[in-house]
Write a protein that binds this ligand. Structure first.
Ligand code: C5P
Length: 211
């Protein structure tokens, strides 16, 4: 049995007390992967941004809001885990200044400066001991090439590449790539079914191999 960390859902980066930058990630693929891992008898900890779906009751859920919080909570949990599945869509940017009061209209353009947030997967990968890491990549062009670059940059063992149609949808279509570019699987359909297929590859290539 393995203990698996899953990062899931979007993050939010607030500009003022009521407005934020985010994306349409629903957390559905994270929930589906958690269910698949639980079915194999594993323990699951989900560090999740704000979502309206329900995660499986048997999973431990750590709710977070921002990318920085997702990183802090994931770092806290990762050392006690055997692997990471990073299916979250963390915001890559945050405003330099978060206004303490609601930003008022002035009739002029509002200029907001953004800086990059930390990359959760890359930071976790830099701390890893024996843990395996699977990342997801959402690409709109040259999906395989870009996903392989990310797998290398983020020091992952496998990468799952999907398109923007996967976001906030009950269905997905994806490929599982190994370092070097071998396509280990290509699946389409409801996220619950696709997650089972993806997890079977993780089980065989990363969990069973580590036994
Ligand atoms: O956004 P991108 O396509 O680079 O995401 C690739 C992988 O990196 C995903 O697994 C995602 O969860 C992860 N990621 C992250 N922290 C970020 C951005 C992405 O962990 N700030």
């Amino acid at each position: 049995m393995a203990r698996i960390l899953i990062t899931s859902g979007p993050t939010r980066q607030y500009l003022d007390p009521v407005r934020f930058l985010s994306n349409a990630s629903s957390g559905r693929m994270g929930a589906a992967l958690a269910s698949a891992a639980l079915q194999w008898g594993h323990e699951v900890v989900i560090v999740s941004g704000p979502v309206s779906i329900e995660y499986p009751a048997a999973a431990e859920v750590v709710p977070v809001v921002s990318t920085e919080e997702m990183l802090a909570q994931s770092l806290r949990v990762f050392g006690g885990c055997d692997g990471l599945i990073a299916v979250a869509a963390p915001c890559d940017y945050r405003p330099v200044v978060i206004a303490s009061q609601k930003i008022r209209k002035t009739g002029k353009p509002l200029r907001v400066e953004f800086v990059e947030t930390p990359d959760v997967v890359a930071v976790l990968a830099a701390t890893r001991q024996q843990q395996w890491i699977v990342a997801f990549a959402l690409e709109t062009e040259d999906p395989r090439i870009r996903a392989l670059q990310k797998m290398e940059q983020k020091n992952c063992d496998l990468i799952v590449v999907n398109g923007p149609a996967a976001m906030n949808s009950p269905e997905t279509s994806l490929e599982v790539l190994a370092p070097g570019g071998a396509v280990l699987g290509s699946f389409a359909g409801p996220k619950t079914d696709v997650a089972r297929e993806v997890f079977a590859i993780i089980q065989q290539r990363l969990i069973d191999r580590g036994k």
